[in-house]
Every structure is written in structure tokens, then in C-alpha cells.
Design a protein around this ligand. Structure first.
Ligand SMILES: [Zn+2]
Length: 512
């Protein structure tokens, strides 16, 4: 869309009116902010029109302003450049961190912490730190699997990187500041071609196990109120007794949220192991709905009830009204698991000095004061037969997901790459005969569906190549669902077989 300087100046007035209504901008500060915005758009003078109405932030205000910046040569046209500039503009309007913290504390005091976290979440959306227009593009559905509901999300909101941006990211000299994307130094950071702009990020300080941490919302919103707690100090993730204490401190502060930690080892952990952090949010992840499969009489920790959860992978659920007892028991299980060996189940805790056994812990606090800790047992060992991990999806499932299977997935919420949206329609086009399937072509690396070749052949074998288009789409969705279920089962260290569960019980006998 072509946009003149006069129109751009009008859009700035709309943006100021928006910030007056939504971002706590006082009208007496409008002149300062207006001049900042004019400079950011390289505009010589403000609009003479009086503007008090505005439309949608993204489509009616920001997009036209970015079009102007692009047309006037201020920025190039790639998605990354647009987002960097957009965040710079919104950063001018964002209240200072001290304002956010004071308001958060005031609301927590007067109306309770749930309202305070609502406030921080609301700010994160209205400042476009959470880019709702992108999040709304995500495709999500539920499927009823063998051991309960699985939620599948295709992450369409996160566009594949423009090759030009990837190239520029490579060529941009990157300083050592901030040390990583989770360091608190990111508040206000302007970003570059390889790192996100964070002028609109605001965090709130919290105290966990007497350490200074920050609470912030995730910009990716993989589930409702997806938040992150991060250490003020850039130090590696560690799941130990002190992590359990921090998690229970967190749920004591925010009992409406769950909190969990990725296992602190590669393959079974999250993507950032260099900075200690937790992920939390509304208690909406499918694993929470799973019931007990077996309960055990606990002799060592009498106030703690222990069960195996009826779920795809290997989860021990501890419940107690005594957080002290629960922490002691969790620590005991962690110590035992760290050195546990069961070669019949392929569980070997160390290769030389390198540890393989890990735990993904997830804590909640119920309204009646019961603390719940789910401990998902993990192991990241690889061998010749399973170079990607013995308890990790094998290569034949990588067409759906190749990355590490972290805390969100093991609880039954899959985040799949955006490319799958187009690819699954493409597969359906072959199954419905709209596109003729030439098998030799499919196995060429240049074929757009090359990585799905085996899956497509299997689907064609099962359903033929003359399906109704709707039925073809459904078959592809069902195939994705079945892969997600298989991936979850791959992560089980004790398989859901009679033998596997007997082996699980044998481990549990060592901790009760
Ligand atoms: Zn860091």
C-alpha cells in the first residue's frame, strides 16, 4: 500500500491515541512521544488533523507505518526488518519497567496476584510484545489419543526466515551482549537480524528460594498465559533440590499457575540450557487431566501419596499438603533416578562422566492446599541403532518434528513447524488425485515433499489416490495425530507394556 508522509503523520496521531487508551500514556506526555515517533519514521512535521479514533493496532496503524518506512527507504522489505522497526516504534510508547512493576505490585496487593498477572499479560498483548496477529494464524486442534487428549499446534505465526535475513544474520557481528535471549538485559534490547527486538519486553521481579528472578510472558503463547520465570543471573539450568524449592515458591506466589522445568540435558531438554528458567501458565496442559494408573503405599514419606500417571510417558505424581515432605521425596527420587540402571529397559545413567538420566518436574498447588509434583523421567542416551536418542523420535518421524521434545510436548501439547501447513495440503492434493504422484520424483531431494515420501506412500497405500479432498485432508491430520502419539511414547523410559510397567514398579520400590 502506498502511503504519503501526511497519512503517516496521521497514523502517528492514531498510535498516540491508542497509547493514551491502552498503554498508560498520559496526554501531558504526548508531545515528547510524538517527537520520538516522528524521528523514528523520519517525518518532518506532525499531522495537523485532529485524530482521536483508531482501528486495529497491527493492520490499521502499524502496517501502514511500516509500509511508509519501507517506501521512503528507511527500512528494507524483509519481515525481520519490519518487525525490528515495529518494535522500535512500540518501544517508544511502552511504559518504563518501574511503572509496570509498581502497578503489578499495587494490583497484587489490592486485587490479588491473578489480577496482577492478568495486567502483565494484557500489557504484553497491547504493547504488541505478544504479536496477536501472528498468534491467531496458528492452527490448533485436539485429538483423543490412547492415554488422553493431545493438542496439536501448527506454528504458522512464526514465519520461516527469509533467506536474505538468514544471510544477514550470519554476517552481522554479534557481540556478547546480552549473553542469551533469556537474560534480563533483553528488556529494551533493540535486536538485530539474528536476535529478537525486545523494546516492549517488561518483566516483574520475584523472589524464588531467596534468589532474584523475573516473571515475563512468552511472546509465542504456546498455551494460555504461557509465562517464563528466569534467573537474574545467567547460569545454566539445573534440576536439583533448590529447583524444587523455587518451583514451590513460585506456586505459593501464583497458585493459579503451574510451573515446570525442562530437563537440564540436551535432546530431552528445551532449546536454552545456558540460562536457568522455568515455564508456567494456566493449568491447561493435557497431562494434568490424566488420572492415576497405579498408587503405591509410601513408607519412607508417609504424608506424600505417590502414583504412576496413566499417560504416554513415565510420570510419577507426588501429592502432599506438606511442601517440605514433598520436596524431600522429590529430591530422593531425583537422586535415585540420576544413578538408576536397568539395562533390560535400555536405561544406563552414565557414559563415562556424562549423565543421561534426567527429570522434567512440573508443580501445581490446588485450592485445598495440596501440592502436586509430576516428575517425568527422561533419558537422553544415544546408540548406533538410535543416533537421535533411544527415548527420542527416530528419523522416520522427523518429517513431523525433529527438534528436542521438551516440557510442553511431553505434557501433550505439540508445537509443529509452520511448513507443515502447506505440506499437509500438498499431501492431500496427491491423495485426492489432484496432483499425479510420480514415485521416482518423490524420492528426489529437490521434491518439495521429499521428507514426507515414506509417509505419503503409506497413506497412498492405505487410502488409494482417488480420495475425496475432505477425506484426504482428514487422513493427513490423522496421520499427524498418530505421529504425535508415537513421539510421546518414544519419550517413555518405561514403555506402556506389561514388562515396561513392571520395570517402572521396580524403580518405584527403590524410592518409597
Ligand atoms: Zn542468559
Amino acid at each position: 500500500m502506498s502511503i504519503t508522509a501526511v497519512k503517516a503523520a496521521e497514523k502517528i496521531e492514531e498510535l498516540i491515541a491508542y497509547a493514551n487508551d491502552n498503554l498508560y500514556l498520559k496526554t501531558e506526555d504526548n508531545i515528547l512521544i510524538r517527537n520520538g515517533l516522528l524521528a523514528a519514521l523520519d517525518l518532518k512535521e506532525p499531522s495537523s488533523a485532529s485524530v482521536s479514533k483508531y482501528g486495529d493496532l497491527q493492520s490499521d496503524i502499524l502496517n501502514p507505518l511500516l509500509d511508509y518506512a519501507e517506501e521512503s527507504g528507511l527500512i528494507g522489505g524483509t519481515e525481520t526488518e519490519r518487525i525490528l522497526h515495529e518494535t522500535r516504534i512500540m518501544g517508544i510508547l511502552a511504559p518504563l519497567p518501574s511503572f509496570i512493576t509498581e502497578r503489578f505490585d499495587q494490583i497484587a496487593l489490592k486485587e490479588g496476584v491473578a489480577k496482577a498477572t492478568d495486567f502483565l499479560n494484557d500489557y504484553s498483548v497491547k504493547s504488541n510484545y505478544i504479536r496477536s496477529a501472528d498468534i491467531e494464524k496458528n492452527l490448533q486442534w485436539e485429538t483423543a489419543g490412547k492415554f488422553g487428549k493431545i493438542i496439536v499446534t501448527i506454528n504458522c505465526g512464526k514465519p520461516e526466515k527469509d533467506p536474505k535475513d538468514i544471510e544477514r544474520a550470519k554476517n552481522t557481528p554479534r557481540g556478547a551482549y546480552p549473553k542469551c535471549p533469556l537474560c534480563k538485559d533483553n528488556v529494551g534490547f533493540s535486536g538485530d537480524f539474528g536476535r529478537a527486538a525486545r523494546q516492549t519486553l517488561r518483566t516483574v521481579p520475584i523472589l524464588l528460594n531467596n534468589e532474584n528472578w523475573q516473571l515475563q510472558f512468552s511472546p509465542y503463547v504456546y498455551y494460555q498465559k504461557h509465562c517464563i520465570a528466569l534467573s537474574d543471573e545467567h547460569k545454566p539450568m539445573k534440576v536439583d533440590r533448590s529447583a524444587f524449592i523455587k518451583m514451590f515458591d513460585f506456586v505459593d506466589l501464583f497458585r493459579h499457575f503451574f510451573i515446570g522445568s525442562n530437563a537440564a540435558l540436551p535432546i530431552v531438554g528445551g532449546s536454552i540450557l545456558a540460562h536457568d528458567h522455568f515455564q508456567g501458565g494456566d493449568k491447561v496442559l493435557p497431562m494434568f487431566d490424566a488420572d492415576d494408573r497405579r498408587t503405591f503405599k509410601n513408607v519412607k514419606f508417609r504424608t506424600v501419596s505417590l502414583s504412576v500417571v496413566d499417560w504416554y510417558n513415565s510420570v510419577i505424581r507426588l501429592k502432599s499438603k506438606s511442601r517440605e515432605d514433598l520436596i524431600n521425596h522429590a529430591d530422593h527420587i531425583l537422586c535415585k533416578w540420576s544413578g538408576y540402571r536397568d539395562e533390560n529397559s535400555e536405561i544406563i545413567p552414565y557414559t563415562g562422566e556424562t549423565p543421561h538420566n534426567a527429570v522434567t518436574p512440573v508443580a501445581r498447588l490446588e485450592d485445598d492446599g495440596t501440592y502436586i509434583l509430576d516428575m517425568i523421567l527422561r533419558n537422553n542416551r544415544t546408540n548406533g541403532d538410535f543416533p537421535f536418542g533411544i527415548f527420542h523420535p527416530p528419523a522416520e518421524l522427523h518429517n513431523i518434528k525433529k527438534e528436542g521434545i521438551g516440557i510442553i510436548e511431553v505434557m501433550g501439547l505439540f508445537i509443529l513447524p509452520g511448513r507443515l501447513y502447506g505440506e499437509s495440503h500438498e499431501i492431500a492434493a496427491y491423495l485426492s488425485g489432484e496432483k499425479p504422484l510420480i514415485i521416482e520424483d518423490l524420492f528426489r531431494e529437490t521434491h518439495p515433499l521429499h521428507k514426507h515420501a515414506h509417509a505419503l506412500l503409506q497413506l497412498a497405500n492405505d487410502n488409494g489416490l482417488n480420495m475425496e479432498r475432505v477425506a484426504a485432508e482428514r487422513a493427513v491430520t490423522e496421520y499427524i495425530n498418530s505421529v504425535c502419539e508415537k513421539i510421546l511414547e518414544c519419550t517413555a523410559v518405561f514403555k506402556n507394556t506389561e514388562r515396561g510397567q513392571a520395570a517402572f514398579d521396580k524403580f518405584i520400590e527403590t524410592v518409597i
